[in-house]
Design a protein around this ligand. Structure first.
Ligand code: PNW
Length: 490
């Protein structure tokens, strides 16, 4: 299609920023060092038998807790404009509450942030990337509405300690993955597995937690710290499997359930959950004998409180799925369930390039469609691509990852040229890391990490060389070549 290689060299707009991302549990290690409290991912990975496919844990991971200084040196050589990482809540507040502040945890992040700034790399900090303090999970975690206050108290400590140096904040990484995968299924901690009920309760609490911390920053910190604060939402493109009206509606429902559920309340003019989500869950709930919709109501005060509560939209985007409607859905999904409420079926297209991760296929035009839809539906908000990347089973000559990055960046430039207000792009990931239930088998790093080496040696893959040149030249040159020998014998 149009997302082609017709122009061999394309320039990024003036001021466009390039970064790379990690998340605390996936890279830090030091799970019980220097006073850190346990999180739900420590608890899950320490269960016997292990639920992680390779039996691994994040106990050591890429050991960035000890290697932060040399890691910043690698980032500098790569030329990063910014580094996106997350703070481990229980590393700085071991009980989850602000009664005990763990100074060694504060020092770790303070050292990292100071070293980044010394090297002219802007820190972009995520407050919550899935590692809830265990104590708060005992109280129900994100199913307890008090999470809003707990999250605010944590954010206060973080803004007080680091807000003079950090100018880009992300409250929450990927509400859908937190709520559906963690509370509606067993795909993530805490494996609550109460679909049809728990992910919707979680959704309301996540939106209110996000809004609370946005308003906290906006009212009490912005005037003196002058930063920006947003949220990162994962956006998959759902393409109708055929040209029937039914399949188009199924794809639209899937988009509204997947990301409209979180973006619409914050970024639309009207606020609140999307209409199709409210209608689908209400009708199904009634048929099933529930006296109220399983989707909690947002009061008019809550709608106003959430609406507009973001300076920018962070988009994490990886892939596309074909979507069709199956009128009967006979026995396909449990009742009640999120999947049954959506009544759409998602499948892969065998012709799309397949990554190591089973859910991930390369579909650059789907990324373009996400960016175009977001521009159209939400009045062209400021967007940061806060994650995008490709997994392999390993190896330094990662030509498929290079191709993925180039074709997705080209699709991004198509959207920018049509008017999308995209401020920056973040590669997931800087390093190979603990890929949740897949352990260390799915490798997303532009730097390889040797997990058998006690020193966790890092080596740049071909994609790191190519990304470095994209950043240096502020442009995308499809013909720029890196010699395999340079990669293999650095
Ligand atoms: C993200 N999808 O999750 C997470 O933020 C990272 O921690 C993780 O390591 C990375 O992607 C790779 O899995 C995803 O809908 C969320 O396709 C959603 C999707 C994919 C990944």
């Amino acid at each position: 299609g149009v997302h082609s290689l017709q122009k061999p060299v394309r320039k990024f707009p003036e001021g466009f920023k390039f970064g790379a991302a990690t998340a605390a549990y996936q890279v830090e290690g030091a799970w019980n060092e220097d006073g850190k409290g346990p999180s739900i991912w420590d608890d899950l990975t320490h269960t016997h038998p292990s639920p992680i496919s390779d039996g691994s844990t994040g106990d050591v991971a890429a050991d960035t807790y000890h290697l932060w200084k040399s890691d910043v040196e690698l980032m500098k050589q790569l030329g990063l404009d910014f580094y996106r990482f997350s703070i481990s809540w229980s590393r700085i507040l071991p009980t989850g509450f602000a009664d005990q502040i763990n100074q060694k945890g504060i020092d770790y992040y303070d050292n990292l942030i100071t070293e980044l700034l010394k090297n002219k790399i802007e820190p972009m900090v995520t407050l919550y990337h899935w590692d809830l303090p265990s104590s708060l999970q005992k109280l129900g975690g994100l199913a307890n509405p008090l999470i809003v206050e707990w999250f605010e108290q944590y954010a206060r400590v973080v803004f007080d300690k680091f807000g003079d140096k950090v100018k880009y904040w992300i409250t929450i990484n990927e509400p859908k993955q937190i709520c559906y995968e963690g509370y509606g299924s067993t795909a993530k901690a805490p494996q609550l597995n109460m679909t049809g009920i728990a992910e919707y309760i979680c959704a309301k609490n996540v939106l209110l937690s996000h809004a609370k911390v946005y308003h906290l920053y906006d009212e009490n910190y912005r005037y003196k710290q002058n930063g920006q604060i947003g949220i990162s939402v994962s956006c998959t493109w759902y393409e109708p499997a055929s040209d029937t009206i039914e399949d188009h509606q199924a794809a639209e429902d899937a988009r509204q359930f997947d990301w409209g559920q979180y973006i619409h309340p914050i970024f639309s003019k009207t606020g609140d959950f999307p209409l199709s989500l409210k209608n689908n869950v209400r009708l199904r709930s009634k048929e099933q004998g529930f006296l109220r919709s399983r989707l909690p109501v947002l009061s008019s005060e809550e709608i106003v409180y959430i609406r507009g509560s973001s300076d920018f939209l962070g988009i994490n985007s990886y892939t596309t799925k074909l979507t069709y409607r199956d009128a009967s859905l006979e026995g396909m999904y449990p009742v009640p369930s999120y999947m049954d409420d959506m009544s759409a079926v998602m499948v892969k297209d065998a012709s799309w390039p397949q990554a190591q991760s089973s859910w991930l296929q390369s579909v650059p035009w789907g990324f373009y469609k996400i960016l175009t839809q977001v521009r159209y539906l939400y009045d062209n908000p400021a967007v940061w691509i806060t994650e995008n990347g490709w997994s392999t089973s390993g190896g330094l000559i990662d030509n498929d990852r290079v191709k993925y990055y180039r074709t997705y960046l080209s699709a991004l430039l198509d959207a920018v040229e049509e008017g999308s207000n995209i401020k920056g792009y973040t590669a997931w990931s800087l390093f190979d890391n603990f890929e949740w239930m897949s352990g260390y088998a799915d490798k997303f790093g532009i730097f390889e990490v040797d997990f058998k080496d006690p020193k966790r040696k890092r080596t740049p893959r071909k994609s790191a060389h190519v990304y470095k040149e994209i950043i240096r030249s502020r442009s995308l040159d499809m013909n720029y070549e890196v010699d395999d020998k340079t990669v293999l014998a650095p």
